[in-house]
Design a protein around this ligand. Structure first.
Ligand SMILES: Cc1cc2nc3c(=O)[nH]c(=O)nc-3n(C[C@H](O)[C@H](O)[C@H](O)COP(=O)(O)OP(=O)(O)OC[C@H]3O[C@@H](n4cnc5c(N)ncnc54)[C@H](O)[C@@H]3O)c2cc1C
Length: 391
């Protein structure tokens, strides 16, 4: 892949208004937005399942002054957000980008919530990643996705990316922040016991007809919500399809050559092509850029995210901006070697590592970090300690 090609329009097999490459939250948000405006959209996914990293993520968003925050009485001034981001980003702070984020975040979310199945709620308590910095808050910015019924996806439910087993209970049941609290308290609280019994009952019925529970939470709920709308609006979803090259005519992108089931299709886009193929953590370029340690690096990023989007963009002379304060978002990851020989990765985000009673030590047995720091800071401290991984 990754070379640009020219093709006369007359040779094209198919024409859409918009072609979106990648089926994560970015790709689906673009596909939903375009289809809601009456455009004909093709969504192309390289793997056999749609959802990408987004489907295995927490599904939370972090925005300034949303309708949900206002309704809960948290009207934080824009200047407070600017101050916080200046502190976090440092010299890479770009006022135009930050102002666009501050001014249009609410509008973008409101549009998607009005036009699609998307539905977010304010997290009652959700400290910023650097809550002690000027401008940081304990609540008012982080929203979590509402649970969703995967049965709305109909036959497409089977194609939604399944979270890793370590994130599922009983081999296929999803839970969210509230559910986890109930599972931790069910021995003490009749209300929690009832909540857990209802979840398990629903899950048991689900398993009569489905390979896993259909009550979706976190990132799976985010993708299922967007995908339900996209598919209902007539977006064509191609799985296991690989974009080979952008079709370029007279200096502008006109479409994409896509390989699917052994055939190469030349697909034209009247409006444009959206590159939403995720990050590059699983690619060779990322391995070169990571700080080196003496232990193997394990990423939660799906293996398909090797930077195809960046390479396609580079083929038409796009470039990654410089002066970035960080090019990676770190999380400590445990590796589970299963009896069938497979390996599973589990991220220590918020449910365990930051709790009272947890102490992280380096190989010398010395504490090296505030365990309740954000996962990004935690891994920065690991790097500063030469990896700090358990042998
Ligand atoms: C465990 C975990 C929890 C997280 N929690 C949060 C959270 O709560 N909030 C938050 O904001 N962020 C969170 N993140 C980060 C967040 O998930 C990602 O930043 C986000 O999902 C990226 O979305 P995306 O649409 O850009 O990429 P992705 O969701 O990765 O989607 C990219 C898609 O493109 C496909 N693709 C790749 N190459 C090609 C190709 N050549 N052709 C076609 N398709 C291709 C991939 O297979 C994939 O399906 C979390 C990440 C992890 C790992």
């Amino acid at each position: 892949m990754n070379t640009k090609t020219s093709l006369p329009s007359a040779h094209a097999e198919l024409t859409y208004d918009v072609i979106v490459l990648g089926s994560g939250a970015a790709g689906f948000a673009a596909a939903v937005t375009a289809s809601c405006r009456g455009l004909k959209v093709l969504l192309v996914e390289k793997t056999e399942a749609f959802g990408g990293t987004s489907a295995i993520s927490g599904g939370a968003v972090w925005l300034h002054d949303t309708d949900q925050a206002r309704a809960a009485g948290h009207c934080l001034p824009a200047e407070q957000m600017r101050r916080y981001l200046k502190e976090v980003i440092g010299s890479g702070y770009n006022p135009q980008l930050i102002d666009a984020f501050i001014e249009h975040g609410r509008e973008a979310l409101r549009y998607l919530e009005t036009q699609s199945e998307l539905k977010y709620s304010l997290r009652p308590l959700s400290p910023d990643y650097y809550p002690d910095l000027p401008g940081g808050t304990q609540t008012g910015r982080a929203l979590e996705i509402d649970e969703y019924d995967g049965r709305h996806l109909g036959e497409h439910f089977k194609d939604l990316k399944r979270p890793p087993d370590g994130m599922l209970l009983f081999g296929g049941m999803m839970v969210n922040r509230v559910d986890i609290q109930h599972f931790l308290s069910f021995k003490r609280s009749p209300k929690s016991l009832w909540h857990c019994l209802k979840l398990i009952g629903r899950y048991a019925v689900d398993r009569l007809n489905h390979p896993r529970g259909t009550r979706l939470t976190v990132g799976n709920a985010l993708i299922a919500r967007l995908a339900t709308t996209a598919l209902a609006k007539g977006v064509d979803l191609w799985l296991q399809a690989t974009p080979e090259a952008l079709i370029v005519e007279q200096g502008s992108v006109k479409g994409v050559q896509i390989s699917r089931r052994g055939t190469t299709h030349s697909v034209l886009a009247r409006g444009g092509v959206v590159l939403a193929m995720g990050g590059f953590a699983a690619g060779a370029q990322a391995a070169e850029q990571r700080p080196s340690t003496d232990s193997e690096h394990w990423s939660m990023s799906p293996p398909a995210n090797v930077g195809d989007g960046q390479r396609l963009a580079a083929s038409v002379n796009a470039a990654i901006g410089d002066n970035l304060s960080a090019n990676f978002f770190w999380a400590p990851v445990s590796v589970l070697h299963k009896s069938d020989g497979s390996v599973e990765r589990f991220p220590h985000l918020v449910t365990d590592r930051a709790k009272p009673g947890v102490i992280a030590v380096n190989r010398a047995g010395r504490r090296f970090v505030n365990e309740s720091n954000s996962y990004h800071c935690f891994v920065e401290a690991m790097f500063a300690n030469g990896g700090a991984n358990a042998p």
